[in-house]
Ligand binder design. Structure first.
Ligand SMILES: Cc1ncc(COP(=O)(O)O)c(C=O)c1O
Length: 371
């Protein structure tokens, strides 16, 4: 049996009757830039995320870049972030004129370790980016406390965690709700994916929202008048129409992802080689990825691929060791938990349409390798 890592064709087959008319309607109206689907999606995502403002933009990368630009970073200004994440988390810091300062993760959840964040703060620190990796929130309340004590803004990179929740102070809080700015990606493989690139910025801060709306439109609110230099980073109407049609399915998709993930964890219990991912008890993990740790990882990857089981390594080379950041002076050994994770992780297929027979094939094929 072959099991793809992700099966977007199966998703499309199930929902095309909802999505195709929405797309056709945009095509009939020919309003491809800032059509009514954009504010409608923004309102829907804002409601679902518990924020006052949701501002569409061209990608999850731009969703990070624009708030970083709003910080007006000066050369030498530092932004603390993890190295065990997708490149955009730190690439945008560089492109906004700052210096990424990489900190280590907690081994169980792969998320930023609050104590490491605190230890990395210097007089040049201007912000902290916390990534809610693989679909569960980091220890946000601890990081907000550390940041708040020093007046530092926190950006929540929630590209992989749309709608994920954490119990904080006795209340469920959604990814992107509590930070200065939360950022989403609608890359097609994300839990809510478009038919191309797209992103969104979330904030409770009216002044920041106004600034972000300006920055995505060449720095002006009035056409051909520019208060500052921004860029073109609008969310296409066509993408907004696709996403708006998919949004009502998101909650049930997240529930199904959780069910599939818990099934795996149940079936890997007591396994001699596999360490299942940890779900922080305060979290409602939405399993953008189901990522295990194993010995002989590269051998397992080859074995799974040769048996038709989709798998991938997120991420094989952590950001502090990337050639483009060599000038920052990190070296192997700088971030031990990050480096152990990059050598041990494998992500397995997890998506709403995955069948039990497929999951059995995945577990059986993993087990066969270690027998
Ligand atoms: C953690 C993280 N941050 C940022 C991004 C960037 O999003 P995009 O690919 O939409 O630019 C991604 C997605 O790929 C991501 O996984």
């Amino acid at each position: 049996m072959t099991v793809p890592l992700l099966d977007l064709k199966a998703q499309h087959a199930a929902i095309k009757d909802a999505v195709l008319p929405a797309v056709m309607s945009v095509i009939e109206r020919q309003q491809f830039i800032m059509g009514p689907e954009v504010p409608a999606l923004e309102a829907g995502v804002a409601r679902a995320s518990g924020v006052r403002h949701a501002i569409g933009c061209a990608s999850g990368t731009d969703a990070l870049l624009l708030p970083l630009l709003a910080l007006d970073l000066q050369p030498g200004d530092e932004v603390i972030c993890p190295a065990f994440t997708f490149f955009a988390t730190a690439g945008t810091v560089h492109n906004a004129g700052g210096t990424p300062v990489f900190v280590d993760i907690e081994p169980g959840t792969f998320n930023l370790a609050p104590a490491a964040v605190e230890a990395a703060i210097t007089p040049r620190t201007r912000a902290i980016i916390v990534v809610h990796l693989f679909g569960q929130l980091a220890k946000l309340e601890s990081i907000l406390e550390i940041a708040g004590a020093r007046g530092l803004p926190v950006i929540e990179d929630a590209a992989q965690a749309i709608g994920a929740r954490r119990r904080i102070g006795g209340q469920w809080r959604t990814a992107g709700e509590l930070g200065w700015c939360g950022t989403l990606s609608f890359f097609p493989s994300k839990n809510l994916g478009g038919w191309g690139d797209g992103g969104m910025m979330l904030t409770q801060d009216d002044a920041l929202a106004e600034r972000l709306r300006r920055l995505r439109l060449h720095g002006g609110t009035k056409q051909y008048h520019h208060d500052e230099v921004g860029t073109n980073s609008r969310l296409d109407t066509l993408q907004a129409a696709v996403l708006l049609a998919k949004l009502p399915f998101l909650e049930s998709w997240s529930r199904l992802r959780r069910e599939k993930a818990h099934w795996y964890t149940e079936h890997f219990r007591g396994h001699p080689a596999v360490t299942a991912p940890e779900e922080d008890p305060a979290n409602e993990h939405i399993f953008h990825q189901y990522t295990i740790r194993v010995p002989k990882r590269d051998g397992l990857l080859e074995h799974l691929k040769s048996h038709g089981i989709g798998c991938a390594v997120y991420y094989p080379l952590a950001l502090h060791l990337q050639p483009c950041f060599a000038h920052l002076g990190y070296h192997p050994g700088s971030l031990p938990e990050t480096e152990r994770a990059m050598a041990e992780v494998v992500s397995l297929p997890v998506y709403p349409e995955l069948t039990e027979a497929q999951q059995e094939a995945v577990v059986e094929t993993v087990t066969m390798f270690y027998r």
